[in-house]
Write a protein that binds this ligand. Structure first.
Ligand SMILES: Nc1ncnc2c1ncn2[C@@H]1O[C@H](COP(=O)(O)OP(=O)(O)OP(=O)(O)O)[C@@H](O)[C@H]1O
Length: 608
């Protein structure tokens, strides 16, 4: 069996996400789940009633035995015992319902806030966390807590109260018997806490490995056509086998300390019970029979009490694994929620109108890799149309990512609309990027164009049966008309109501870009960054894209990462990138007329 080397290293959150240590877990959980903070006093009181009520029964038995089982003492003792048991039962029911509701609503809040955080976290962070990892933090990790609670974990609080009360009463009855029991339980609990750290690390590793396994599975399923066509099924299967082995080994590694812990717990609990049993009998028989150190009733009560004391310990020992697994899941969800949002709360708003860009001595790298952009300086006027060209890997996309905060500069400053980029409250709706292959949601073209107006179905007679919103539909039709997309839509089976399929797979890359251009035009941004598709665009769609682009760019600042000469020809200025530097800047005709990197690029385009 192959053992992952990193198993016992201190755990780390996924790159980019907040890290929550074991110590800060409780404060973070209370901070992000206000439901848990509310009514703590009532919860504590119910726990004491539920735990304490159970313990009244042995006390009443002791009273009855010590009074010689006289009917006048037995009857009240039984009545008090019965009431106590009823109170304990009712309190336990109320407490469990209360805790279940609170924890479930806290978890629902975590899922909601987590999803919101996925959408508003800094793009530079989102890019570094695999999407399968984010999904598992919102689904299986949260489910783990629910499973634990439903499997009896909710009894945790009552058990803790019962342990406390039983310990105190035992000490009052006989400190000589209570001391060894308390010492043994202290030993057990401290050993469990030490073990718990090891178990926590191993569970965290196991969950990371499971999340990696999910990523590999998701990638293999999504990439199935490529795997089939390239005949690399065996290689992919090996990768999957590795991930499966690693996840299995990690899970098995959690079992070693867990089983050790259970064995230790059982032995210690057995010793405690025997100590009280033998010690109690000895105390009641030794010495003066007229004045025993423990009465028969007290011995019986002590035996009951030690049972009440060890039961929560047993529960703790047996459920440590599931409890730790649930805590790990809870912590992973909290790490997502605690990750800062991209919005700069005390940031500045962008000025209205087209936005200029000023980049001063900016360098950038990915992670700890080498610099991929070197001391870049460029100024783009409001309303200017700039084309960025260059060989593959020259840094064009990284430049676009810098302007949309997906990459943070390692040196230099960037201002958009005269405001430092990292001080802008939000870029949403003002600075928009149209990627090479835009993401479309499963729905109609109209719905996808209308994403700028959330929660509004604009398809005619949409599946949900909602009536189409006239104004949204009008807006979509107007934009489609303005961008000159009506002819293209007329050629589709259902026009605007054509279903695009999952991720837009029923449309070509170029058509997906047309939808994205219309969506962008509807959002009405002031700085548009357009990453031209390099392939998969047929000539007719290409013409439609160029026409739509010409309308979209009117009155706005635009930066187009150009892969076609026409895009560069029609721009006000061309920036030529090479090796992470801007090596030429000027109008197409001026640059084309002199030898250099751009002239070479034009030759390459013409020879295509
Ligand atoms: N996520 C990433 N992690 C590490 N390095 C990256 C990452 N993205 C890009 N790079 C590297 O940064 C450099 C610039 O890449 P970039 O994508 O900006 O080039 P480009 O000019 O846009 O290329 P293309 O025209 O092929 O899209 C390249 O060396 C590339 O390998």
């Amino acid at each position: 069996m192959r053992v992952p080397m990193s198993l016992d290293r201190p755990e780390a959150a996924a790159p980019g996400l907040s890290s929550i240590s074991g110590r800060s877990f409780l404060t973070t959980a209370l901070r992000f789940s206000p439901q848990l903070r509310q009514g703590l006093l009532v919860t504590g009181l119910l726990a004491l009633l539920a735990g304490g009520g159970r313990i009244v029964a042995p006390l009443t038995i002791q009273q009855a035995i010590d009074s010689g089982l006289a009917p006048h003492t037995v009857a009240p003792a039984v009545t008090v015992g019965a009431i106590a048991v009823l109170v304990a039962g009712a309190s336990s029911l109320l407490l469990n319902r209360r805790l279940q509701e609170k924890v479930e609503s806290a978890l629902a809040g975590l899922r909601r806030d987590g999803l919101r955080r996925v959408h508003d976290m800094a793009a530079s962070t989102a890019d570094r966390v695999p999407s399968a990892d984010l999904v598992s933090r919102l689904t299986s990790d949260v489910d783990q807590v629910t499973t634990f609670l439903q499997g009896g974990g909710i009894q945790f609080v009552t058990n803790a109260a019962q342990l406390l009360i039983a310990g105190v009463i035992m000490s009052v009855f006989s400190w000589q018997l209570a001391v060894p029991v308390l010492l043994l339980s202290a030993l057990l609990i401290s050993t469990m806490m030490l073990m718990q750290r090891v178990i926590a690390r191993r569970y965290a590793q196991a969950r990371r490995d499971l999340s990696r396994l999910q990523s590999v599975v998701a990638e293999s399923v999504a990439g199935a056509p490529v795997i089939r066509s390239t005949g690399t099924a065996a290689r992919t299967a090996r990768k999957l086998d590795d991930a499966v082995d690693q996840a299995r080994d990690s899970l098995l590694r959690t079992l070693v300390p867990l089983h050790g812990n259970t064995a230790l717990g059982e032995v210690t609990i057995g010793v405690m019970t025997v100590t009280v049993l033998l010690g109690g009998v000895w105390f009641s028989l030794a010495g003066d029979p007229a004045q025993p150190r423990l009465s028969s009733g007290e011995v019986v009560a002590m035996i009951f009490l030690v049972t009440f004391f060890v039961r929560p310990l047993q529960f703790l020992v047996q459920s440590l694994g599931e409890a730790q697994n649930a805590l790990t899941g809870w912590r992973r969800s909290l790490e997502l929620v605690a990750t800062p949002s991209e919005a700069v709360t005390d940031g500045s708003a962008l000025p209205p109108g087209p936005l200029g860009v000023r980049v001063t001595q900016v360098s950038a790298r990915y992670g700890s890799g080498p610099l991929v952009l070197h001391a870049l300086s460029v100024e783009i006027e409001p309303g200017e149309h700039v084309a960025v060209v260059g060989r593959t890997g020259s840094g064009k996309s990284t430049f676009a990512k810098l302007l949309t905060r997906r990459v943070v500069p390692s040196a230099g400053t960037i201002c958009v609309g005269g405001v430092a980029l990292d001080r802008i409250a939000s870029l949403a709706g003002r600075v928009v990027i149209v990627p090479q292959d835009p993401f479309l949601f499963d729905g109609t073209i109209a719905d996808n164009i209308n994403l700028g107006t959330p929660h509004t179905a604009v398809s005619q007679g949409n599946a949900a049966g909602a009536s189409p919103s006239g104004s949204s539909r009008d807006g979509v039709e107007r934009i489609v008309d303005e961008l000159g997309l009506s002819d293209w839509l007329a050629g589709l089976p259902d026009g605007l109501d054509t279903q695009v399929g999952l991720r837009g797979e029923r449309l070509s890359v170029g058509e997906r870009q047309l939808v994205a251009l219309a969506r962008t035009a509807l959002a009405d941004p002031d700085l548009v960054i357009f990453d031209e598709a390099t392939s998969g665009v047929d000539p007719a769609t290409d013409v439609a894209v160029q026409k739509a682009l010409a309308v979209l760019t009117r009155g706005r600042t635009t930066i187009a990462i150009a892969h076609r000469m026409i895009t560069a020809e029609t721009a006000d200025r061309v920036l030529v990138f090479d090796g992470g530097r801007i090596v030429q800047s000027g109008h197409h005709s001026a640059l084309a007329a002199r030898p250099g990197r751009y002239a070479a690029l034009i030759d390459a385009w013409r020879n295509q």
